[in-house]
Design a protein around this ligand. Structure first.
Ligand SMILES: O=C(O)CCC(=O)C(=O)O
Ligand SMILES: [Fe+2]
Length: 471
């Protein structure tokens, strides 16, 4: 596979959008909205607690790039004196200095300035420790919640039997990991077309010219190997063309998960959230925050989506824009994605999130994700409103401009976009809406050569000391 083919795929989806009736035409709404409106939405949302559209990010406001002073993501010390606690840039400079110069701190005249650095780092360290211990407790609590749920489902007392969780859910219809292609199909996890694209691409890859010329017989990787990241998936671009649609610039959609699977997932999350309201579990606030799939034993779903679809698809769609491969990449077939980290969670929305268990918000303010590539799959249920709106790529002139929205996709349909594409979810007007979100990062590649500050602020062609140019 070469760049030409990948460009061909790209052009084909573009052309398809222009020439064919859009299969999800009800989804595509390209009305324009001024940047001012989107900013005021942001400001409104800040007044709301969770349930109102806020996200797990510090309040920050979009500022057009012509502002000569870059506030570094909203933290700027006005008087500019050395203050590593309030000025993130000062702390990062000190860390870079300590990393570079053997006796960096000897240049500080006042010991009290070093004390300030120590205090700032201690504050961060205690935050790391606080979060760590909260995570340990929360994960243990959620595990207990899941065990309780399974024991009531199966009418066994798992606590008494002292069952190991892994054993307990090895044959569970949702929690157990599918191991073979047959099992994956029989359990109706994927929609037929998604299964076919993945299976056909994987099976036909065994017979590639390269393998033949090396006289190798490649065995078909098992689903278990793919989920565990032991086998790499390559998706055939000619199959992607029929399967995917370009919704707008750099945002693509495709049918992914089956109705049966989405409904089983929703049902389980609702039951867990309802159980979590009991006195024993209410401190966990489970179902009142997005639900991380790893914590409830559903990490395999995230792994499947990540390894089977996000990684190989991103090579076709985002290799260049998100710098997921070397600049001079010419052979996509022999390349592997540099995406190497994933997190999957379910976000729930309803018209009245405070009264509704398991759906945390009624909308979501414009934001970028801390991911290189994000997949967002509609899990249903019945709802009105709750469109995903896109506002341009951060770090480009389109940043903040309304580009288009994806309105009420079919259940099981996924959207894939770059994490730095500003996006929001509009008010859910009725019903409840669940979305499976998978964030993917590239620690081995882009995050090894860019500092967090440049990356989170999406500086393009950075001349920052963090870039390869300097290291
Ligand atoms: O719920 C959605 O459709 C989007 C959620 C989202 O953007 C996020 O969790 O980062
Ligand atoms: Fe997001």
């Amino acid at each position: 596979m070469n760049m030409l083919k990948s460009c061909f795929f790209y052009c084909a989806v573009l052309t398809k959008r222009n020439t064919r009736a859009h299969p999800m035409s009800s989804m595509a709404n390209f009305s324009k909205q001024s940047m001012k409106e989107s900013m005021s939405m942001d400001i409104d949302a800040e007044q709301n607690a969770i349930g109102g559209g806020s996200i797990n990010e510090k309040p920050r406001f979009y500022q057009p790039n012509d502002n000569p002073i870059d506030s570094g993501g909203g933290r700027c010390n006005i008087d500019n004196t050395w203050n590593p606690s309030d000025n993130l840039s000062h702390m990062l400079h000190a860390l870079a200095g300590i990393d570079r110069y053997p006796n960096y701190l000897s240049r500080f005249r006042q010991l009290s300035d070093i004390d300030l650095l120590e205090k700032a780092l201690e504050t961060r360290l205690s935050e790391v420790r606080r979060q760590r211990s909260e995570i340990v407790q929360r994960r243990a609590g959620i595990r207990q919640l899941v065990r309780r749920h399974i024991s009531s489902e199966r009418e066994v007392d798992v606590e008494k039997e002292n069952c190991d969780c892994a054993e307990l859910w090895c044959d569970h219809p949702l929690l157990s990991t599918p191991k073979t292609w047959i099992e994956l199909r029989e359990r109706k996890v994927l929609l037929d077309q998604a299964f076919k694209v993945a299976y056909t691409s994987t099976a036909s890859r065994r017979n590639t010219r390269k393998a033949k010329s090396r006289k190798q017989t490649l065995s078909l990787p098992t689903v278990e190997d793919i989920i565990n990241g032991k086998a790499q998936v390559y998706l055939d671009p000619s199959l992607l063309e029929d399967w995917m649609n370009q919704e707008m610039y750099d945002v693509y959609s495709f049918p992914l998960l089956s109705n049966e699977f989405c409904s089983l997932l929703r049902k389980t999350l609702r039951e867990l959230s309802a159980l979590a309201e009991s006195d024993e579990f209410s401190h966990l606030q489970f179902g009142r925050r997005p639900i991380d799939l790893d914590t409830i034993g559903l990490g395999w779903v995230t792994d499947l989506v990540f390894h089977m679809f996000i990684q190989p698809m991103s090579l076709h769609l985002f290799a260049k824009t998100e710098k997921l491969a070397e600049e001079d990449i010419v052979d996509l077939e022999s390349s592997s994605s540099t995406l190497d980290w994933r997190q999957g969670y379910v976000a729930g929305y309803s018209e009245d999130p405070k009264g509704y268990i398991g759906a945390q918000r009624h909308r979501l303010v414009p934001h970028t994700d801390d991911s290189e590539v994000t997949l967002n799959c509609c899990l249903g249920d019945e709802f009105e409103g709750g469109s995903v709106e896109f506002y341009g790529l951060r770090g480009t002139p389109e940043e903040g401009q309304f580009i288009g929205s994806v309105d009420r996709p079919n259940v099981g349909t996924a959207v894939i976009h770059s994490g730095r594409n500003l996006h929001a979810v509009s008010n859910v007007l009725s019903g409840d809406r669940y979305a499976l979100i998978v964030w993917s990062r590239s620690w081995s590649h882009v995050r090894s050569s860019t500092c967090p500050c440049c990356w989170l602020n999406r500086r393009q062609d950075s001349t920052c000391i963090c870039s390869k140019r300097w290291n």
